[in-house]
Design a protein around this ligand. Structure first.
Ligand code: F6P
Length: 357
């Protein structure tokens, strides 16, 4: 039994814990299993950059963030485009797989990586996907590993801001990761007691955001905390194509990110000092939280079980707390976004949280 493994796309806290789960279970099941680790994601598979792993490699990594294999972003849309030397990447990956006589390739990755996993499945390789991302935006699974750890970090950032915001009576904007989806911002915002939550799925009106701040001031609160996703979008830009957006913004001031833009607008509209905090990549760093360690272990062990049963072409997923599997073709190209009419948003609204709409 020979298994290839790679970690692809942006990292997260629980990649090593997941690989450990796969490896430990495989070593338990087979006496003669060999695991080949590809360096830096699909790059390693394309350019045959790999190493033979041993059980020792998977020891002591349950609590270690990052990835022992390294990772890189290899955009799906460029997979069919030859590299600078004219190399056909898909053919190269197939060749590496066949040359190494792999029985299966295990891919730990997010949306783009699962699309490539599905492409390799279509090309006839045995592939199993494992759902990684702090964004929790993979279709077919209730939760991805990495999400809960990131929620903890983003929440801790909001928690820390509370005391200083209260001392100075300022508006604070904490910019949380998530360009396309707002699960992380929504969860951290609720957990951190944010007053306003801005997510890509609910475009905001800056006047309404300002009104929510003023309402708090009228009620005697000296400060307001806004949890704002990287991809929060104003109503007048919602649904715009990249080109249209570029045209619209041509004569507008340029800000490092959306939180700074909102900050400048609120300062003018509310006459109150604003500060922006961007925890950025700290949200992907450090040790996985216990929840993620358990989830990763369960998903990893289940991947090993699927290998032993010869069930390929699936992403291992968790639905209603049961580990299950979703066909890669169903996962590929779909995003799991926040439902603006879902219960979590409704409950947050009932609590008085404004979504700026
Ligand atoms: O996909 C995970 C993620 O952390 C997003 O939340 C974020 O927008 C993006 O990756 C950042 O990417 P990079 O690490 O390439 O800057």
């Amino acid at each position: 039994m020979r298994i290839g493994m790679l970690t692809s796309g942006g990292d997260c806290q629980s990649l090593n814990a997941t690989m450990r789960g796969v490896a430990k279970a495989l070593y338990e099941m087979y006496e003669d299993v060999e695991i080949i680790g590809f360096e830096e994601g699909y790059k390693g598979l394309i350019y045959a950059d790999y190493r033979m792993m041993t059980p020792k490699d998977f020891g002591g990594i349950l609590t270690e963030g990052g990835t022992i294999l390294g990772t890189s972003r290899q955009p799906f849309k460029l997979m069919r485009v030859p590299d600078e030397n004219g190399l056909d990447k898909v053919e190269a990956m197939k060749q590496t797989y066949r040359k190494l006589r792999l029985n299966c390739l295990v891919v730990l990755g997010g949306n783009g990586s699962q699309k490539t996993a599905n492409l390799l499945r279509e090309e006839g390789l045995n592939v199993i996907g494992l759902p990684k991302t702090i964004d929790n935006d993979l279709w077919g699974t209730d939760q991805t590993f990495g999400f809960e750890s990131a929620v903890n970090i983003a929440t801790a950032a909001i928690d820390s801001i509370h005391t200083t915001a209260a001392s100075h009576g300022r508006i604070f904007i904490v910019e949380v990761m998530g360009h396309k989806v707002g699960h992380l911002t929504l969860h951290a915002g609720i957990a951190g007691g944010a007053d306003i939550i801005l997510i890509p799925e609910i475009p905001y009106d800056i006047e309404k955001v300002a009104e929510a701040v003023k309402k708090r001031s009228r009620a005697g609160h000296r400060f307001s905390i806004i949890a704002c996703a990287e991809g929060a979008v104003p109503q007048d830009e919602a649904g715009m194509k990249k080109k249209e957006l570029k045209e619209k913004r041509k004569n507008e001031p340029v800000y490092p990110s959306v939180a700074y833009k909102i900050g400048a607008q609120l300062e003018a509209l509310c006459g109150q000092e604003v500060r922006v905090t961007v925890p950025g990549h700290t949200q992907r760093g450090g040790s996985p939280c216990p929840f993620d360690r358990v989830l990763s272990t369960r998903l990893g062990v289940s991947a090993a079980e699927m290998i032993s049963r010869g069930e390929f072409g699936y992403m291992v997923s968790i639905v209603h707390n049961e580990i299950t599997k979703t066909p890669l073709q169903d996962v590929a190209g779909k995003l799991k976004t926040v439902d603006p009419d879902g219960s979590l948003v409704k409950e947050a609204r009932l609590l008085g949280i404004s979504f700026g709409d």
